[in-house]
Design a protein around this ligand. Structure first.
Ligand SMILES: [Zn+2]
Length: 402
C-alpha cells in the first residue's frame, strides 16, 4: 500500500479487524511522493486481504502566499482557500501490486468527505457538493482528485466549472466550444461522448501567471493554475482567444476515447494514448477552423523536428522509447501522412477500429491489423512502411504531408 509521505498511519487492519504488522515505518522505501507500507506475516509479504482498513492522520502547511519554491501534481496544497490533492500525491491509500510493479490508482468509490469550513467539496468523477460534508459514489473506476474549500460551482450542459468565476456569457462561450469538440468526436468516431468534463481553476502555492500557466488532467477533470479560464475567452467572436486553447482542450477531451474507452498498453502505449489524442485534436481544430489550421500546425512543428531521429514504431521494444517529442509531435505527423496517402475516410476507420478493439495489446502488430482492417491492402501498406513508417529521419515526413 502506498500513502503520501506526509501522513502517519494509526492502524492497519484486515477484514476481520485484526491488526496487521507492516513494514515501511522504519527505513522506508519511497515511491514518488509516497511511502510503501507492506503488510507481512512472519517473513512474507501478506497476500492482499479482501478488505484493508487503515487509519491515518496528517498536518500540512497553509501557503496563503506563493512563496513556496514548487508546486506540482504530487503535492497536497493548502492555500487558505482550497485544498487540492490529486491521485499522484496518494492522499488515499493506493494498492501497490508488488508482483507486477503496478499502482492501482483507479478505484470505484463510496466515500464520505467532511470538511468543517468548506463551502464546496469535489471528488473526481462525481458532481460537486455543498459542504461541510458530502457522500460521493462512483461505479466507474476513477483516479481520486480532491478539491475542497471556498469556491463556486457553475454547471453547464457540456461542462462544469469549479472556482472559475466566469461571467454567464463567458461560461456559455466556453461551453459552446467544448460542445463543438464533443460533437465533432461523436461524428468522427461514431461513439457517444460518455463524460461530462469538469474544469477546475485553482491557485497554486508557487507563482504561476500572468505569463506562466500550469495545467494537469485527472480525467474527467482538467485543472489549470496561473491562467484563468476567463482570460482564454473572446465573447465577441465566441471563440477561444487563441487556437492553442482549442488544441489543448481537444487533446484532453480526446483521452475519453484514447485512454479511457481504449486503454493503451504494451510497446506502443504512448502512441495509442498521446499521439492518437493529439491527432484527434488536429482533426477537431481542422473541423472548426479549416484546413489552413492544419497547414499552420504542421509548419510550426517543422523547424522543431529538423534534426530529430527516431526509432521506427515497428522497432519499439519498450514504451519509454517513445519520448515526449515522438509521441506529441512526430507520431501525429505519421497519422497525417497516413491520411494523405490512404485518404481521410480510411484513417477515420482506423481510429474507429481501435475503439472497437479496445482491450488488446497495443503494439505494432495491432497497429498494422487496425490499418489493414481499415481497408489498406498489403501492397500499399508495404510501400507506406518503406517510405514513412521505417523512416528514421523526422524531416523526411514533410514530403508526405498535406
Ligand atoms: Zn494527453
Amino acid at each position: 500500500m502506498l500513502l503520501y509521505r506526509g501522513f502517519n498511519i494509526g492502524l492497519l487492519r484486515n477484514d476481520t479487524g485484526q491488526v496487521l504488522k507492516y513494514g515501511g515505518f522504519y527505513d522506508d522505501k519511497f515511491s514518488g511522493e509516497a511511502t510503501a507500507y507492506l503488510p507481512y506475516t512472519q517473513n512474507d509479504t501478506l497476500a492482499l486481504p479482501a478488505k484493508l482498513r487503515v487509519t491515518y492522520t496528517g498536518a500540512f502547511p497553509i501557503y496563503t502566499d506563493t512563496l513556496n519554491s514548487f508546486d506540482f501534481k504530487g503535492l497536497i496544497a493548502f492555500n487558505g482557500k482550497t485544498v487540492r490533492a490529486a491521485e499522484q500525491s496518494k492522499w488515499y491509500p493506493v494498492i501497490y501490486d508488488v508482483k507486477n510493479d503496478r499502482e492501482l490508482l483507479e478505484v470505484t468509490y463510496d466515500i464520505e468527505v467532511t470538511c468543517k469550513d468548506c463551502q464546496t467539496i469535489y471528488i473526481n468523477g462525481s458532481a460537486p457538493q455543498a459542504g461541510p460534508s458530502g457522500k460521493f459514489h462512483s461505479t466507474i473506476p476513477r483516479q481520486l482528485l480532491l478539491f475542497a474549500g471556498n469556491y463556486v460551482v457553475q454547471a453547464l450542459p457540456n461542462s462544469t466549472f469549479l472556482n472559475a468565476d466566469l461571467s454567464a456569457d463567458e461560461a456559455a462561450v466556453f461551453n459552446e466550444n467544448i460542445g463543438s469538440i464533443i460533437n465533432f468526436y461523436r461524428f468522427y468516431l461514431q461513439v457517444p461522448y460518455g463524460e461530462k468534463i469538469t474544469f477546475m481553476q485553482h491557485r497554486s502555492v508557487e507563482p504561476f501567471g500572468p505569463k506562466r500557466s500550469w495545467g494537469f488532467v485527472t480525467f474527467p477533470t482538467i485543472a489549470v493554475a496561473g491562467k484563468p479560464f476567463k482570460s482564454e475567452i473572446d465573447t465577441q467572436k465566441r471563440l477561444f482567444k487563441n487556437i492553442y486553447s482549442y488544441y489543448f482542450y481537444s487533446h484532453e477531451l480526446g483521452h475519453y476515447y484514447y485512454g479511457q474507452s481504449a486503454p493503451a498498453n504494451s510497446t506502443l502505449k504512448w502512441f495509442f494514448l498521446e499521439s492518437m489524442a493529439e491527432f484527434l485534436s488536429i482533426k477537431a481544430a481542422e473541423n472548426k477552423y479549416g484546413k489552413e489550421a492544419t497547414q499552420k500546425y504542421i509548419a510550426e512543428r517543422k523547424p522543431l523536428m529538423k534534426d530529430w531521429k527516431v526509432k521506427p514504431l515497428s522497432q519499439i521494444s519498450s514504451p519509454n522509447q517513445i519520448g515526449d517529442g515522438y509521441r506529441y509531435t512526430y507520431a501525429p505527423m505519421i497519422l497525417l501522412a497516413m491520411e494523405k496517402n490512404f485518404g481521410s475516410k480510411t484513417v477515420q476507420r482506423f481510429c474507429r477500429n481501435i475503439l472497437q478493439n479496445a482491450g488488446q495489446r497495443t503494439d505494432y502488430p495491432f497497429l498494422v491489423k487496425m490499418v489493414k482492417s481499415a481497408g489498406v491492402n498489403d501492397k500499399d501498406w508495404k510501400a507506406f512502411e518503406a517510405t514513412v513508417m521505417e523512416q528514421t529521419e523526422c524531416n523526411k515526413i514533410f514530403d508526405h504531408l498535406p
